[in-house]
Design a protein around this ligand. Structure first.
Ligand SMILES: [Fe+2]
Length: 393
């Protein structure tokens, strides 16, 4: 078995209504003036007012930074650092989707360590301790609450920079599934597919370990089994709970095993055309699974074995019952993911998504340079990326 070093630095508080413990937990950790990082959509949904009320009740005054968008870039982080400077901030709370959580980590990093986001690309470049930090996710998708990476886009290229450091881990993550009721249906669909892609990619990377595999498989079982249900019945608490916990487990798996070629191919599509991350993954992942299957059909077989019984009925395809023979596992999983993508309402191919055919070579060059591709089980570079893009076109 592959040796591993497993440590969960984040205290997890999970369950319906657990947001009510925000003030108590913040006081317990000695927060007196947190910076709450939350996007404007969350303020409209009432989550920010609720969080501020809970903190106020615990005697804690806050500052709120909300001047950023989805796929936050380095300039947005710089604005957050400028906002926070001189306000006596002693802690940070990321409240919202992956953008809010990543932005919170990035602002904390630059506030305490100085420099620019690009200086922290890679892993382990923070020299000074960070401010203590909480995560309160309101979507079920990125699993950022479980990771010690801030994913921030470059201002010019819009390509994502993964900036990791053990100090970027949240002290506490509050996972209250009731907060995810406010996700609009397209966000539920796209964020949910992102989490599924995390479960599938982490299950086969070169970095995977017995412990990451445990989280990948349980994540896939929960996400595969509840994706359709959460789309059909958005106020179903059991389904929202399963999706939120599944996304968190997949985030824990990423922390151990990293991601693969589907994310390497998806990132340039978001950078160039602004395609939603989950949408890009929904188009690409079935093709990546088929392309990878030759070398890891057994691992895909284990994954569908963990998810098929609960999930096959929900997507209406790749029928339930006995798991497929190992040789067919890649094709079975690819068909299943394509069916999930259809139920999420995503376009079937890159052509339908509006990607110009003449751009595929340039996209493949960019995909081949993505760090995440180096962890893919099958050797992946620009040539291989072009092969995948052509299959997905
Ligand atoms: Fe992702």
């Amino acid at each position: 078995m592959t040796p591993f070093d497993f440590h969960l630095p984040t205290r997890l508080v999970f369950g319906a209504g657990t947001i009510d413990r925000l003030g108590e937990l913040a006081r317990e950790r000695g927060f007196t003036r947190p910076l709450v990082v939350s996007d404007p959509g969350l303020e409209e949904a009432g989550h920010v007012d609720r969080a501020l009320g809970l903190l106020r009740k615990a005697g804690i005054a806050c500052e709120v930074f909300d001047d950023f968008d989805v796929n936050p870039d380095a300039a947005m982080v710089d604005r957050g650092v400028a906002f926070a400077g001189g306000r006596g901030i002693d802690s940070v709370i990321g409240l919202g989707g992956g953008s809010s959580l990543d932005c919170a980590k990035a602002i904390n990093l630059l506030l305490t360590n100085g420099g620019a986001m690009a200086d922290y690309r890679g892993y382990g470049h923070a020299r000074q301790p960070l401010l203590p930090m909480f995560a309160v996710p309101t979507t079920a998708g990125t699993g950022s609450e479980a990771q010690s990476y801030a994913v921030i886009a470059d201002n010019e290229t819009h390509l994502k920079m993964a900036c990791g450091d053990p100090k970027l881990a949240f002290a506490v993550a509050i996972l209250d599934p009731e907060l995810t009721f406010s996700q609009p249906p397209p966000v539920t669909a796209a964020a949910g597919f992102d989490a599924i892609a995390h479960a599938v990619e982490t299950a086969v990377t070169r970095r995977r370990s017995p412990i990451s595999t445990l989280f990948s498989r349980e994540a896939f079982r929960l996400l595969d089994g509840h994706y359709q249900r959460v789309l059909d019945d958005p106020m179903n608490l059991a389904a929202r709970s399963a999706m939120q916990l599944g996304a968190y487990y997949a985030g824990v798996a990423i922390e151990q095993s990293m991601l693969g070629a589907a994310h390497a191919c998806a990132n340039p599509l978001t950078a160039r055309y602004g395609l939603t991350h989950g949408l890009a993954l929904a188009i690409l992942l079935p093709h990546i699974v088929r392309w990878n299957a030759e070398g890891c059909a057994d691992l895909y077989g284990d994954l569908v074995g963990s998810g098929a019984s609960a999930g096959a009925a929900s997507a209406g395809e790749a029928s339930a019952g006995a798991a497929p023979a190992e040789a067919d596992a890649g094709e079975y999983l690819a068909a299943r993911l394509a069916a999930i993508g259809r139920s999420g309402g995503f376009p079937a191919d890159l052509r339908t998504a509006g990607v110009p055919a003449e751009d595929l070579s340039a996209l493949a060059e960019a995909a081949g340079e993505q760090w995440t591709g180096t962890f893919n089980p099958r050797t992946f570079g620009s040539r291989e990326a072009l092969e995948v893009y052509r299959c997905a076109y």
